[in-house]
Ligand binder design. Structure first.
Ligand code: CA
Length: 233
């Protein structure tokens, strides 16, 4: 099995720039979708949540700033890293960009190399599993290509959903991961009525598998009542 490619959404109304970015990102091993305005971007995001968004400041219909604000206000999309791109280079705009929730900021013209470096830096923080072949935490190692986890060479028995949840918790180690986030990112059919409970059921199963692998892993996943779950750093 091959590693999952990071999925990048490019929101840019100037077609030549959009094509250039797409070409360079695909060459660098990313999967890319392009939207030419804010509305189209929202439709694409609704279908499949991108791992990162490159967002042009000046867009028809919904401006880049308003789109960023909108994304930050939604549970589903609030943690997607955003790189804001603009032709204007004023410090004032840069500030506004950060205020509305952009994680980074690039002024046109920029080199593809620079853009790719910024993307990787952000992804390394938000989703290290996309860039690394292996992740380790507290003796558990994740094999990204095979989507399997092991502890000191013993395989941890996990379904693909359970694997995704455990990885998400490790990627957010030291922080509480809300049940809603686990649901949206790891479980299919999140619209189900009792869906949030399916998160708790999955966690119970993961804990059982962890304990079966080693009693040292018994208390690995903490419950943070009213919020979600957490694995300490
Ligand atoms: Ca533009």
């Amino acid at each position: 099995m091959t590693q999952v490619k990071p999925y990048i959404l490019v929101v840019e109304d100037e077609e030549p720039i959009s094509i250039l970015i797409q070409y360079n990102l695909e060459k660098a091993g990313f999967q890319v979708s392009c939207a030419f305005d804010g509305e189209e971007a929202l439709e694409i995001i609704d279908k499949k949540t991108p791992d990162l968004i490159i967002l042009d400041w000046m867009l028809p219909k919904i401006s880049g700033i308003d789109l960023a604000k909108q994304l930050r206000a939604e549970e589903y999309t609030k943690s997607i890293p955003i790189i804001m791109v603009t032709a204007r280079g004023q410090e004032n705009d840069k500030l506004k960009g950060f205020e509305c929730g952009a994680d980074d900021y690039l002024t046109k013209p920029f080199s593809p190399k620079e853009l790719i470096a910024r993307i990787k830096a952000l992804l390394r923080r938000s989703k290290p599993s996309l860039l690394e072949k292996q992740i380790e935490h507290k003796g558990i190692s994740f094999d990204m290509a095979n989507k399997s986890a092991s502890y000191k060479n013993s395989n941890i028995n996990l379904t693909s959903t359970e694997y995704k949840i455990l990885l998400l918790l490790v990627e957010n180690k030291g922080r509480v991961v809300e049940r809603e986030k686990i649901l949206n990112q790891c479980i299919k059919n999140p619209e189900d009525k009792d869906a949030l409970r399916s998160v708790d059921v999955a966690i119970t199963r993961i804990r059982k598998s962890l304990t079966k692998t080693s009693t040292k892993l018994e208390d690995l996943i903490e419950t943070v009542r009213g919020h979600g779950y957490k694995i300490s750093e």
